[in-house]
Design a protein around this ligand. Sequence first.
Ligand code: SME
Length: 163
Amino acid sequence: MEILLKQAANLLDDRDLLAALGNFSALIFYEVEDLNWVGFYRLKNDELVLGPFNGKVACSHLSLKSGVCALSVKKEEVVNVKNVHDFKGHIACDTNSQSELVLPLYQNKKLWGVLDIDSPKLDRFKSEEVALFKKLQILLNERLTQAVFVKEVHDLHDFQSMI
Ligand code: SME
């Protein structure tokens, strides 16, 4: 678990946010057992828009009216669904999914979107995995917040080059 956290922190250290999130999703997808989809949805104009991910082709846009990701956004809580077939309104992008974990993500304490993780196994996310993903959630929040700072520095640089 410690090695994975270190690898995640190193990959998230990339100066480009998209590159960082793309590699992060690949790391989790290939290093954590029994997952069939790992990726990001970004909250944009009252919907969730697909971000970097690993796994099968997924819905590009999710409404906030139904689904596990929408619930996590509305409640601003980690949502752990042990059996997606028991979740009314579950959106099945990959029919292999049996359980799902969704974590809300923040940029400067403002809701940014979610990290969505699907498993082909029922009740895949036990307390150990949830603890791991909560640590990764903290790293992601830090990286997303840092992105604002990096953008501000770039904007300032662009501005300075114009004067
Ligand atoms: N199952 C999600 C939709 C996204 S896919 O799993 C990638 C949901 O119910 O919100």
